[in-house]
Design a protein around this ligand. Structure first.
Ligand code: AMP
Length: 466
């Protein structure tokens, strides 16, 4: 059978041969969205610290982790946080899906946690239920220093317990976290009382500010109508002045809220947590009842001293208003972006004028290679170390031994293993002690074992420099 003739190649057409048209305008690089940012490797060790301490305190205080979705039905936040709060009225990222659902990126973590608590029948578990979360929140805030449109919070919620000791313990937890991260902070506290006492106080406040209407800005007049308590934390200098004469909520508290508040303070005194009573602290979200609190870092900088690192309080009505049975609860969240920024300032202060440098993850062993055979063997040896649980580094794409040794130093390796053609043929490796500068030849099959042995010796008998 004669072989089939290959089909004739299509002649190259003039049009095919012509070079592709040159795009004269180079594409513009795309920037991150306004108010959003990348958390870069140089800062990840600080973020890691926040993750570690969040988890270890959660364990210490018996909180279980919960992760809720980043999007929820918009009505959850309208009902939970409050329709006329800034967070819902101005700052929600909301949209309608193809299926016609109204959904929003979560602006805070408490309402979703309460939704999950109700949805999964946690009301029927032994109470209180203690839950914690760590993750991004989204608010369409005006971007400015310390305000992002995606930011991170860690939060702790105790559901199903009305005791004031819970409020105090939550404040201790937050204080311990800030202290553990090297931030000297105080907690400001206040009580908003029961919904009834709060409503009575609101009326008194509205009457007072109405009598001063001429001095109010248009924004403040709107606040007076919609959310008069927010006037108390207005930054407007006119309000600051008027505030001094304004009625104070402590005078309107019902007996139960008052005694609850005094108990919280007694517990804080007992624990030695530094706190300040702040009659104007109201928090921006509608669900709070009784105790509210916010953390502020001690700082000489007025602006920093006035920027809250986190806050929380009791929200005894929220479970019911989201469809569960009446359940007392309290919780708080800390804003990690601001915390990391304080940690970074501290790091910078310690470094003086020197710029902060990215430090690669340290390793115990670094594998350097020479030539193609060495490189292949090194690849397999790397896997052996990794599987043995030993922190190991490499620079396989580098051929130059000096560059590889520099890398070993930068990663803080205690031992370097060098493997070239001769070693492959002999079935050995060179093992260098990076501190002592000494070198020995060991059997490649025993390399992992040898390092383990040396490590054990080193732990028993650490060198003076280590
Ligand atoms: P809030 O419950 O609104 O008081 O938020 C609790 C904490 O989250 C605040 O004290 C801030 O540390 C942080 N936070 C709130 N909004 C933002 C934002 N837009 N950007 C960065 N951090 C924020």
């Amino acid at each position: 059978m004669s072989p089939k003739k290959a089909p004739a190649k299509k002649p190259v057409q003039a049009a095919d041969a012509a070079p592709a048209p040159v795009n004269k305008k180079a594409p513009q690089p795309i920037q991150v969205l306004r108010g959003m940012r990348d958390l870069l490797p140089i800062d990840q060790s600080l973020w890691d610290e926040t993750r570690k301490i969040s988890e270890s305190l959660a364990k210490a205080y018996s909180f279980d982790r919960i992760d809720t979705p980043m999007v929820e039905e918009t009505s959850l936040f309208i009902r939970g946080v409050g329709r006329s709060t800034d967070v819902v009225e101005k700052e929600l990222y909301s949209w309608e899906t193809q299926g016609g659902e109204n959904i929003s990126l979560r602006p805070e973590g408490t309402a979703p946690v309460v939704r999950a608590y109700i949805q999964h029948g946690m009301l029927n578990m032994p109470q209180p239920v203690r839950l914690w979360y760590y993750g991004p929140m989204f608010r369409y805030d005006r971007p400015q220093s310390g305000r992002f449109r995606q930011f991170y919070q860690v939060g702790y919620e105790v559901l199903g317990d009305a005791d004031p000791i819970i409020d105090a313990q939550l404040m201790v937890l937050g204080w311990n976290m800030l202290k553990g991260l090297g931030i000297d902070a105080t907690v400001r506290i206040n009580s908003l009382g029961s919904p009834e006492s709060r409503a009575n106080y609101k009326n008194a406040l509205v009457a007072y500010f109405r009598s001063k209407k001429a001095k109010l800005s248009d924004d403040d007049k709107k606040r007076l109508l919609k959310n008069p308590l927010r006037l108390l934390d207005s930054k407007d200098p006119a309000i600051q002045e008027l505030k001094a004469e304004a009625p104070q909520i402590v005078d309107w508290l019902d007996e139960e809220s008052k005694s609850h508040f005094f108990r919280v303070i007694e517990f804080l005194d007992e624990l030695g947590v530094p706190y300040q009573l702040d009659p104007y602290l109201v928090r921006g979200l509608d669900y709070y009842t009784k105790t509210v609190f916010e953390w502020y870092a001690a700082s000489d900088d007025m602006e920093l001293a006035q920027t809250a690192l986190g806050g929380g309080g009791r929200y005894d009505g929220l479970v019911e208003s989201l469809g569960g049975r009446p359940t007392p609860a309290a919780g708080f969240s800390l804003g990690l972006d601001r915390i990391v920024s304080r940690m970074k300032e501290k790091q910078q202060k310690q470094a003086g004028e020197a710029p902060l440098e990215y430090k690669p993850e340290p390793v115990l062993v670094f594998i350097a290679q020479l030539g193609d055979m060495g490189r292949k063997k090194a690849l397999a040896l790397f896997e052996e170390f990794r599987e043995a649980g030993i922190a190991v580094g490499e620079a396989f794409s580098k051929a130059n031994i000096k560059a590889q040794m520099e890398m070993a130093n930068r990663r803080g390796a205690k031992w370097a293993i060098v493997i070239g053609q001769k070693e492959v043929l002999d079935g050995t490796v060179q093992l260098r002690d990076m501190d002592a500068g000494s070198q020995e030849i060991v059997d490649v099959k025993k390399a992992v074992h040898e390092i383990k042995k040396k490590l054990a010796q080193r732990l028993d008998n650490p060198p003076a420099s280590a």
